[in-house]
Design a protein around this ligand. Structure first.
Ligand SMILES: NC(=O)c1ccc[n+]([C@@H]2O[C@H](COP(=O)([O-])OP(=O)(O)OC[C@H]3O[C@@H](n4cnc5c(N)ncnc54)[C@H](O)[C@@H]3O)[C@@H](O)[C@H]2O)c1
Length: 342
């Protein structure tokens, strides 16, 4: 019998632009991964990969990869191509890791989920932050109730660039925050509103302010921009007992603030109603420095070996796409709230 722990998985990666080479590096180095073939339409990008990894086959033909013996394919191509290419992979009985967002249409995401179930293949989305040890810490902290009741969340993901040509900043950057929110809160929003503007490219929003309402009263405010002088990747979760800041550009990624406001247990008069402010310690727990993308790639290979549904499975990918569709509709309507019915 083949030992599940060590069985090599033959892998192909499509797309050698900005993100693909990071997947290639990981599938090249992770034990139990056998990166066999890389595809891109651009020969210069394939030449670059060949220079780094001479033993890996390169091709401009996705069909060649589909007909090759690889068991698993990772797609790092532009969002518009995800549905058709993932569908082809599944129809060829390949397991597939699709970069975020899964698709640009939730009906297409559903079709992929159904197809993966029918073919008994793994469908996973590259929600990298679900594999980030700091986000994992945040999630566990919230799940244990250590923050108390969650009041609200505030997230900022801004810097200068990279401007995309076919999708706006909501579809480019907000998938990260939406997947973090779903993962940390363990529930999906039932309302979204979004305002934004296209300052640089016509009709492609480069700045957006998106607000999510969750059924338990939590509000999450997410700011995304390609047009900001500072790189900020910060999520603040404010709870009734404590507050926590996850800052992905800091060396100390998690800071827990023992701060808050205590209400008096009872008060008959306005005089007696005095809030007391708590200014306690700030703690910075040790967080693993393991690369989130490596954890994600290992998780994908493990899912292929065991057949177990991955953390960021097709359903989570579909949820993120539905939420982004709601945000897009609200953007079109100048910020009108859009209900999300699950
Ligand atoms: N998880 C993350 O943190 C993260 C970060 C950046 C990008 N991404 C995602 O990765 C994907 C790719 O983004 P990018 O920034 O690398 O884009 P990119 O434009 O830099 O690269 C895309 C590459 O795909 C190639 N390509 C396009 N169509 C192809 C086809 N039919 N067959 C083969 N190759 C094809 C292009 O030639 C290009 O080299 C997107 O889905 C994006 O959202 C994820």
């Amino acid at each position: 019998m083949i030992d599940n722990e060590v069985r090599n998985i033959a892998v192909g990666v499509v797309g050698c632009g900005y993100w693909g080479p990071k997947l290639i590096r990981n599938f090249q180095s992770i034990p139990g991964s056998d990166l066999q073939i890389v595809a891109d339409l651009r020969k210069d990008r394939l030449g670059h990969i060949k220079g780094l990894y001479p033993a890996v086959k390169t091709t401009i033909s996705y069909a060649e990869m589909l007909d090759s013996p690889v068991e698993a394919i990772a797609l790092a191509t532009p969002v518009q191509s995800h549905f058709a290419m993932a569908r082809e992979a599944l129809l060829h009985d390949k397991h597939v890791l699709v970069e975020k967002p899964l698709t640009i249409d939730s009906a297409e995401a559903e079709e992929l989920i159904t197809l993966a179930e029918e073919r008994q293949r793994i469908l996973m989305v590259g929600h990298t932050f679900e594999y980030n040890p700091a986000v994992e810490y945040l999630r566990n902290y919230v799940a244990r109730g250590d923050l108390g009741d969650i009041y609200y969340i505030n997230a900022t993901r801004v810097n200068l660039g990279i401007f995309q040509k076919n999708i706006n900043v909501v579809w480019d950057l907000a998938p990260h925050d939406v997947s973090i929110l779903l993962y940390v809160l363990g529930t999906a929003p039932n309302r979204v509103s979004a305002r934004g503007a296209s300052y640089v490219q016509p009709n492609i929003e480069d700045v957006a302010f998106v607000t999510f309402h969750f059924p338990n009263g939590v509000i999450a405010d997410v700011r995304v921009s390609w047009l900001d002088p500072c790189k900020i990747r910060r999520t603040t979760v404010v709870g009734s007992k404590k507050m926590i800041v996850y800052d992905d550009v800091e060396a100390e990624k998690i800071r827990i603030y023992d701060k808050g406001v205590d209400k008096p247990p009872y008060s008959d008069t306005l005089e007696e109603f005095r809030l007391s402010y708590r200014y306690g310690d700030i703690t910075t727990p040790a967080i693993s420095e393991a690369e989130p993308l490596e954890i994600e790639c290992r998780h994908f290979l493990e899912a292929v070996r065991t057949g177990q549904s991955p953390r960021s499975n097709g359903r989570v990918g579909w949820q993120v796409v539905r939420i982004l569709e709601g945000a897009q509709e609200s953007l079109r309507q100048g910020g009108q709230p859009v209900d999300l019915v699950w």
